[in-house]
Design a protein around this ligand. Structure first.
Ligand SMILES: Nc1ncnc2c1ncn2[C@@H]1O[C@H](COP(=O)(O)OP(=O)(O)O)[C@@H](O)[C@H]1O
Ligand SMILES: [Mg+2]
Length: 848
């Protein structure tokens, strides 16, 4: 197949302006001349989505350029992106074993039908298909330039029917069009075709569906055979007399011959069409001699008498103005639930004003903003995968990052569980701020990026141990670390921290070892290092004292083993995340990130380079870090809201972050506000959230409901959205198209009527200039005048500690008996070079 195919990609942030639409459609018509024929195709997917394509037949190079200009004109007309595509849909695969193809055939009616094009919605054709809610069906308009004779015959036919001067056919540009509809069954195909024809703006004739392959020719030939047979029977034709001797045989053969001839001819036409459609090769609208209508006789009063109607063209061909056809490719706006209710789903006036991030626009093109002051109440995004949650969240992120240019007193923390998500965030940061290093990447699986220091609490070693134990309890889930485990951890954590500080490796591996993870001898020997050090080194005294609990003279090895067992198992799970604890890795504390208003993206899932991380590890570390972030916020950010400072926390999958205890997430929303916390949380699995986390999320000041398919969630959405008397049904929620969301939000704490918005696609188009203009307009600020920011050198990132031994962060036995060593100094001065974190952002596959 070598047709050129183009796909229409909606730009949700804009909408078609009917005023200039008709005008622009004319350019579409003129560029069609150079390609001879083109097809507009609207295909509904399995999930009810509607995709539009432009297909032109295989042509010469010159015409290849023509196809591109046709696509450009279509794009301008319908205000969408029309781009070449390889993954053209398979028109037949979706239709099942017995696909039904119907074409439109003009019904002969003498009186002109209906409306004029004035005021008609150009997108109505596509909307009709959308509303028909059929799956895996398609509608094709195949167009060619008509011959002058066809146009003049058509015009005189129109005036003979009483068409007036404003009839569309008086305009210069017309296209001969045939309509083909494919659907899995007959009735769907018929309905779809009737509705589409009825929706074509300004078309004043009616057309009926005709099943492809049921033309008159097969019937004529079939009837002819039967006639010959009948003649034989009657003996009317003497010339056949000799045959009449073999009557029984003739009788036996003629009937199947008649039926067979009909069936074969019928199938041949159909099969030919099917195989052509397989290659997207649509048959051109038929040409036949244009038949001129005779002027109808008039009666004595000069009133025309109705004459027999002669349709001037082949009855499968309509002569249409281009704007009547291009509507097929207009991506349906948010009015999927019908014009009657669409008006009540428009963005309320309060949200059209520039009060905060602009998310997108409604079906009428009104911008939808969130109120910046209300972001403290949280933004929740719920929906099935692939419907645009992450993209919508990054619109908010982009706005926050852009605002930091004028007011850099806000901190940004993004939790990601996919490397490509982290890359997208950093790319956004770079595009918006122009600074490739504006977001610090912290990647679990990539030891060349810094890690978050989980022991960075103020206080003594035992206090640090206590804080860490609490975070670990949260991460592992309530009731998993009981008294015995806590006691064991208390006994060894201060020692592990001291050992780690003195170059013995990473504290988690050391804790695991001290708990007997490598056997009792290894644990005892390690503890004796601390106790030996305590003799001369003041700093080891406290740690050494705690070890007495497990390693005192009167504690037997077996008691030690039992007492530390539960804690040992838990620590083993943490210790497995080796790259994260790598002692040579540089570290940054939450405190420093917050106090310095830094922007970081923490990827705790599979790395950008594909290095795998198990879900369990992602989950454990996510919840551990979130807990600690919450504590750090409590220490660092007191009174931030009043000071106009913010901690923006973005989480792409809340169910990973929330751990098994609900406190942290509920705290962030309920108490976080006064600390300047603005949570942006998305999830596709609300049913997996702890009940209280879910309640907390549903109580966010702003909710974006994306498409849903879980009946429970649909129910919650309906009860959430109808709270203020708005009328939403489960069907409405289930039918929210991709990249659209119902926005329920507040302005100055007052709930606004929910509206349906299309999320802006700046990111997909790579149109950052436009993004910035739209967002600047959103707060009436200019982000452009700011002098280029000096890249931060992030002095608060601490270099890693080089292990004193040779065996990396694994504990080295040779150091056991050795005298306590001085704190190891990093031996690689480049370790702390700021360039370490400026690694280039990976190239985007889409190459923009
Ligand atoms: N507003 C939008 N306009 C156009 N395309 C979009 C839009 N939002 C998302 N997409 C496309 O859909 C893909 C999936 O979106 P994403 O936000 O990752 O979905 P989710 O997070 O809900 O799984 C994106 O990679 C992008 O190609
Ligand atoms: Mg996502």
């Amino acid at each position: 197949m070598n047709v050129s195919a183009f796909k229409v990609r909606p730009t949700a942030s804009k909408q078609v302006d009917p005023g200039i639409y008709v005008q622009r459609a004319k350019a579409f018509e003129s560029s069609l001349r150079s390609v001879k024929q083109a097809t507009l195709l609207a295909v509904t997917g399995d999930d009810g989505t509607l995709d539009a394509f432009l297909v032109t037949p295989p042509t010469s190079k010159r015409a290849g350029r023509g196809a591109a200009s046709l696509a450009a004109n279509l794009a301008a007309t319908i205000d969408a992106v029309v781009e070449p595509c390889d993954d053209v849909p398979d028109l037949l695969a979706g239709l099942g074993d017995r696909p039904c193809l119907v074409s439109a055939r003009v019904r002969l009616e003498s009186v002109a039908g209906r409306d004029t094009a004035a005021g008609a919605d150009p997108a109505e054709v596509a909307k009709v298909i959308w509303r028909a809610n059929v799956r895996r069906a398609w509608v094709a308009f195949t167009m060619r330039t008509p011959r002058p004779a066809e146009v003049s015959a058509y015009r005189s036919w129109v005036s003979s029917r009483g068409g007036n001067e404003s009839h569309y056919s008086r305009g210069g540009e017309l296209l001969a069009t045939s309509i083909l509809v494919g659907a899995p069954d007959r009735s769907t195909a018929d309905d779809l075709l009737r509705q589409v024809v009825a929706a074509m703006p300004g078309l004043d004739i009616t057309a009926d569906p005709v099943v492809v392959g049921s033309g008159t020719l097969p019937w004529l030939l079939g009837a002819g055979s039967a006639g010959v047979y009948g003649a034989q029977v009657a003996g009317v034709v003497p010339a056949l007399g000799s045959v009449s001797d073999t009557w029984p045989l003739a009788l036996g053969l003629s009937v199947p011959a008649a039926l067979g001839a009909h069936a074969a001819l019928r199938l041949a036409g159909r099969n030919r069409l099917l195989s052509r459609l397989d290659g997207l090769d649509f048959p051109a609208p038929r040409r036949s001699a244009a038949k001129h209508q005779r002027r109808p006789a008039t009666d004595s009063g000069g009133v025309p008498r109705t004459a027999r109607v002669v349709y001037p063209l082949d009855r499968s061909v309509l002569l249409c103005a281009p704007h009547m056809l291009t509507g097929l490719a207009v991506p349906p706006g948010g009015s999927a639930s019908g014009p009657a209710t669409a008006s009540s789903r428009l963005v309320p006036a309060s949200l059209r004003a520039p009060i905060g991030p602009m998310l997108g626009a409604d079906a009428d093109g009104n911008p939808a903003h969130l109120s910046a002051d209300d972001l403290y109440g949280g933004v929740g995004l719920l929906g099935v995968p692939g419907f645009g949650k992450s993209v919508a969240m990054r619109v908010c992120l982009g706005w926050v990052l852009a605002r930091r240019i004028v007011d850099d007193r806000s901190c940004v923390i993004v939790f990601e569980n996919k490397g490509d998500g982290a890359t997208a965030c950093r790319r956004m940061a770079q595009s918006v701020t122009g600074d490739p290093d504006s977001m610090l990447l912290i990647d679990l699986a990539d030891a060349s990026t810094p890690a978050i220091d989980v022991f960075a609490f103020p206080g003594t070693a035992s206090q640090k141990a206590a804080r860490f134990i609490e975070a670990a309890r949260y991460a592992f889930g309530e009731g998993t670390l009981e008294n015995a485990s806590i006691e064991a951890l208390n006994a060894v954590l201060p020692a592990a921290l001291w050992l780690s500080d003195h170059g013995h490796g990473n504290p988690i591996a050391l804790t695991h070892r001290l708990l007997g993870g490598f056997g009792d001898t290894s644990a005892t020997e390690l503890s004796s290092v601390v106790r030996a050090a305590a003799v001369t080194d003041e700093s080891a005294v406290e740690a050494a004292q705690y070890t007495e609990i497990l390693f005192g003279a009167n504690v037997s090895a077996s008691t030690r083993r039992t007492q530390s067992q539960a804690a040992r198992n838990k620590l083993a799970q943490l210790a497995e995340i080796e790259t994260w604890w790598d002692a040579g890795r540089s570290r940054v504390s939450w405190e420093d990130v917050l106090a310095n208003h830094d922007a970081v993206v923490v990827n705790l899932g599979t790395a950008a380079d594909g290095t795998q991380v198990s879900d369990r590890q992602t989950q454990l570390l996510s919840s551990l870090l979130l807990f600690q972030l919450r504590e750090a916020i409590g220490r660092v950010c007191v009174g931030w809201q009043d000071q106009g400072r913010q901690v923006n926390i973005f989480a792409d999958e809340l169910s990973v972050l929330a751990g098994s205890s609900p406190e942290t997430v509920t705290w962030l929303r309920d108490q976080g506000r006064s600390y300047g916390v603005r949570p942006f949380f998305a999830t596709q699995y609300p049913q997996q959230l702890h009940e209280r986390v879910r309640d907390s999320l549903l109580g966010f000041a702003t909710m974006l409901w994306f498409g849903q398919n879980n009946p429970e969630i649909v129910k919650s959405a309906v009860s959430d959205l109808t709270l203020d008397g708005s009328d939403f049904t489960g069907a409405d929620i289930a039918a929210i198209p991709r990249y659209f969301a119902v926005l329920r939000t507040t302005v100055a704490g007052v709930r606004q009527t929910p509206c349906l918005i299309g999320i802006g696609d700046w990111e997909m188009r790579g149109d950052w200039a436009r993004f910035l203009t739209d967002q600047q307009a959103a707060t009436g600020e200019s982000y452009g005048d700011v002098v280029e920011r000096v890249p931060e050198h992030r002095g608060w990132v601490k270099p890693g500690v080089q292990p004193a031994g040779s065996a990396g962060d694994a504990y080295d036995d040779s150091t056991v008996a050795a005298p306590v060593q001085a704190m190891a100094v990093p031996n690689d001065p480049d370790r702390f070079s700021p360039d370490r974190f400026n690694r280039p952002i990976p190239n985007d596959p889409q190459d923009w």
